[in-house]
Write a protein that binds this ligand. Structure first.
Ligand code: HEM
Length: 225
């Protein structure tokens, strides 16, 4: 990849994407908070939507937390495990939950394209988001496959790059200069998803009733019999 493009994508683009993310996130919450939702379609086509949605959501939540381990510095995780062990855990958990998210999302894509009632009620954004996520999951899984066969340094460099970005190292992009294409595609598409996140229905994540877990009292209702 040309040096300029590599540098732009992996040194500067992360900051551009995150700035647009935070700007959109704050303005959407402050100015348009009533629009933060993803409209239910369960009444339009109920074909296995619960199963598909659960598979996708459970899978992607675990994959998301797995990604956070990219930011662990070597000196920290070396206290309890080697890079080899970390790679093995990342690969086994990542491929399990990544495949789960893939199966769920593939079912959701078929459902959206397959039902005439869904077609009538779907906007461009509905199609765009699910195809984008499906593509990102497939490329992510192919990156994980590469990690399984590539030298350990290829895997270790991914964490070094993530840390270099969050600590504002001016030559962060150099770390990925010779990495295989699937990693580069996955990271650029991932940053793009972050960038557009606040302007899409993905913001419905914030509408999850987290407070339910923190509620103090509740009423238990049982049948008399
Ligand atoms: C800036 C954002 C992102 C970065 C830097 C990133 C980075 C990575 C890397 C380096 C891997 C390979 C891990 C390995 O070799 O074990 C990976 C895997 C994966 N990514 Fe991402 N990713 C991003 C966003 C996303 C998003 C938005 C999704 C889903 C919509 C996603 C889904 C996956 C999946 C399913 C895998 C394979 C399973 C796994 O290893 O967890 N990623 N990602």
């Amino acid at each position: 990849m040309n040096d300029y493009i590599n540098n732009f994508l992996f040194t500067y683009f992360p900051y551009i994407a995150l700035t647009i993310f935070f700007f959109g996130f704050i303005t959407r919450l402050v100015k348009f908070n009533k629009t933060v939702q993803a409209e239910s379609t369960q009444f339009l086509a109920d074909n296995k939507v619960k199963l598909a949605s659960n598979l996708f959501h459970v899978g992607i939540i675990f994959v998301f937390f797995g990604h956070l381990t990219l930011f662990l510095p070597e000196w920290l995780y070396h206290m309890v495990m080697t890079t080899e062990t970390k790679r093995m855990i990342a690969l086994s958990m990542g491929s399990f939950f990544g495949t789960m998210a893939f199966v769920g999302m593939a079912m959701l894509v078929f459902r959206r394209f397959g039902s005439p009632r869904m077609k009538q009620n779907s906007s461009f954004q509905d199609y765009f988001i699910i195809i984008l996520l499906l593509a990102e999951i497939v490329i992510g899984l192919s990156a994980a496959l590469k990690t399984a066969t590539a030298p350990i340094e290829t895997y270790a460099a991914l964490g070094k790059w993530a840390l270099a970005v969050v600590t504002f190292q001016p030559d962060a992009g150099l770390i990925l200069a010779n990495h295989p294409l699937q990693y580069k595609l996955h990271i650029v598409l991932g940053l793009f998803i972050f960038m557009i996140f606040p302007y899409t229905k993905l913001m419905h994540m914030l509408a999850f009733p987290y407070v339910y877990f923190l509620r103090s009292g509740y009423q238990l209702v049982r049948k008399r019999s």
